[in-house]
Design a protein around this ligand. Structure first.
Ligand code: SF4
Ligand code: SF4
Length: 361
C-alpha cells in the first residue's frame, strides 16, 4: 500500500480508500465488516461514509467495522458528512453519527455536496463554518473538509477560499478534464484530495473500448482506471465503493502490481483521451460562456449518460437531479445562437441535445 500526506494535517492516509456507498448486502453486517477488515489488512486506512448511504445503515455498519479494526489493532481514519447547515441541526446530526460510528470524533468531517457557489454562500450564512470550527475546537471533529460537485473554475474558487483542509470530489478517466482546475487550489492551499467515483459511475467498466488510452498491457479497464488516478501525485486517496468481498481482493491486487507512470507519461495519456471520446462531452468547458447563462457542460455531461449508460433517459434525469441539481427546463432557455457549438472541441450538437433535455419530464 502507498500512503500519502493528507494536506497539512500531519496525517498520512492510504492511497486506496474504502467507500461505504455501494455495499451489495448492507443488511449482512458480518459480510460488510469482513470487507472492512480485509481492506484494512491490505493496508487501507481511510474509510468514508455518509448519513444517507443506505439511509443510515452504512454509518451503522461502519460502527461495527471500526470496532473490529480497533480490536484487531488495525489503524484507520473515518470520514463522514453532513447536509445540515445550522449549529443546532449539525450538532444533532453529529451526535447521532458519533453514536452510530462508535467513535469519540470524526477524523474528516465534510460539508456535504456543494453543488454551486451560491449554495455554499447560503450555507455559510447559516453559520456552517463557525459551527465546524467550534466542533473542531471541542475535539468532536478533527479536520474540516468539503465534498464538492463543482467543476472548472468554480471548484478552484471554493477551495482557494482557504476554509477547508481537504476536499472530496469526483475525478476519473471519464471526467478528469472538468475537474483539473481543482488541483491548482489543492497545491496552493496544500489540501488533502480525496477522489470519488473513480470508475465514472460504472461507465469505465461498461465501455472499456473508450478507455483504451489509460490501459497498459495486461490491465483491465478497472485496474487501468484506478492506476491512472494513483499516478496523479496530488491525489491523496481514491475511494472505491466496494460491493462484495471479491471487489476488495481485486482492487488490493491492482495496488500490489502498481508501477507509477512518470509525470510526462501521465500527461501523454491525458492528451490521448480526446480521440477516444468522439461524440461525448469531455467537460473541457470551452463552450461555457452562454449568453443565456445555461451551464452547458453540466447539461452535456448529463446527456452523456444517454450515450453511455444502459439506463438511458432515466440516467440522464438522475444525473441532472441528483448530481448537478439543475432543472430539465433550464435547457429550454437556449436561443440557438450557435456560439457554443462553434467553440466545442468535440463537435457536439449541443443545441439538439439541449432540446432533448428540455423535453424530459
Ligand atoms: S446555442 Fe444555446 S446554449 Fe449555445 S450559447 Fe447559444 S443560447 Fe447558449
Ligand atoms: S460540449 Fe463541447 S466544448 Fe462544451 S464541455 Fe462538452 S466537449 Fe467541451
Amino acid at each position: 500500500m502507498i500512503y500519502r500526506e493528507y494536506g497539512k494535517t500531519g496525517k498520512k492516509v492510504s492511497l486506496l480508500g474504502f467507500g461505504g456507498m455501494r455495499f451489495q448486502h448492507i443488511d449482512n453486517q458480518e459480510e460488510c465488516v469482513r470487507m472492512m477488515v480485509r481492506a484494512a489488512e491490505g493496508g487501507v486506512t481511510y474509510f468514508d461514509t455518509a448519513p444517507a448511504y443506505f439511509d443510515i445503515k452504512s454509518e451503522t455498519v461502519f460502527g461495527k467495522g471500526l470496532a473490529e479494526l480497533r480490536r484487531l489493532k488495525l489503524p484507520y481514519y473515518v470520514a463522514t458528512k453532513t447536509f445540515k447547515t445550522t449549529e443546532k441541526t449539525i450538532r444533532e446530526e453529529l451526535e447521532a453519527q458519533l453514536k452510530r460510528l462508535d467513535v469519540p470524533a470524526v477524523d474528516f468531517y465534510h460539508v456535504w455536496c456543494v453543488t454551486s457557489l451560491e449554495n455554499w454562500v447560503s450555507r455559510k450564512k447559516d453559520g456552517i463554518l463557525d459551527t465546524f470550527r467550534k466542533l473542531k475546537e471541542e475535539g468532536l471533529i478533527r479536520h474540516i473538509c468539503v465534498s464538492s460537485h463543482l467543476i472548472q473554475a468554480e471548484i478552484e474558487t471554493l477551495l482557494m477560499e482557504g476554509a477547508f483542509e481537504g476536499v472530496l470530489f469526483g475525478y476519473s478517466a471519464y471526467n478528469f478534464k472538468t475537474r483539473e482546475k481543482a488541483f491548482n487550489a489543492i497545491r496552493a492551499k496544500r489540501l488533502g484530495a480525496v477522489v470519488m467515483n473513480p470508475l465514472g459511475g460504472g461507465i469505465i467498466p461498461e465501455h472499456p473500448e473508450l478507455f483504451g488510452f489509460i490501459r497498459r498491457p495486461g490491465e483491465t479497464a478497472v485496474t487501468g482506471a484506478l492506476r491512472f488516478l494513483w499516478d496523479h501525485k496530488d491525489i491523496t486517496t481514491t475511494l472505491v465503493g466496494f460491493r462484495v468481498e471479491q471487489d476488495v481482493a481485486d482492487v488490493l491486487k491492482a495496488m500490489e502490481g502498481y508501477k507509477p507512470r512518470t509525470e510526462a507519461e501521465l500527461a501523454a495519456v491525458k492528451e490521448n483521451a480526446g480521440a477516444s471520446f468522439e461524440g461525448i462531452c469531455t467537460g473541457c468547458a470551452y463552450c461555457d460562456d452562454c449568453p443565456q447563462e445555461i451551464p452547458i457542460p453540466r447539461y452535456m455531461d448529463a446527456y452523456n449518460q444517454k450515450l453511455l449508460s444502459k439506463d438511458g433517459d432515466s440516467a440522464v434525469k438522475q444525473r441532472l437531479v441528483m448530481h448537478w441539481n439543475i432543472p430539465f427546463s433550464g435547457a429550454g432557455n437556449c436561443v440557438a445562437c450557435g456560439q457554443c457549438e462553434s467553440a466545442c472541441t468535440q463537435h457536439i450538437p449541443i443545441i439538439k441535445r439541449l432540446e432533448y433535455i428540455a423535453g424530459l419530464s
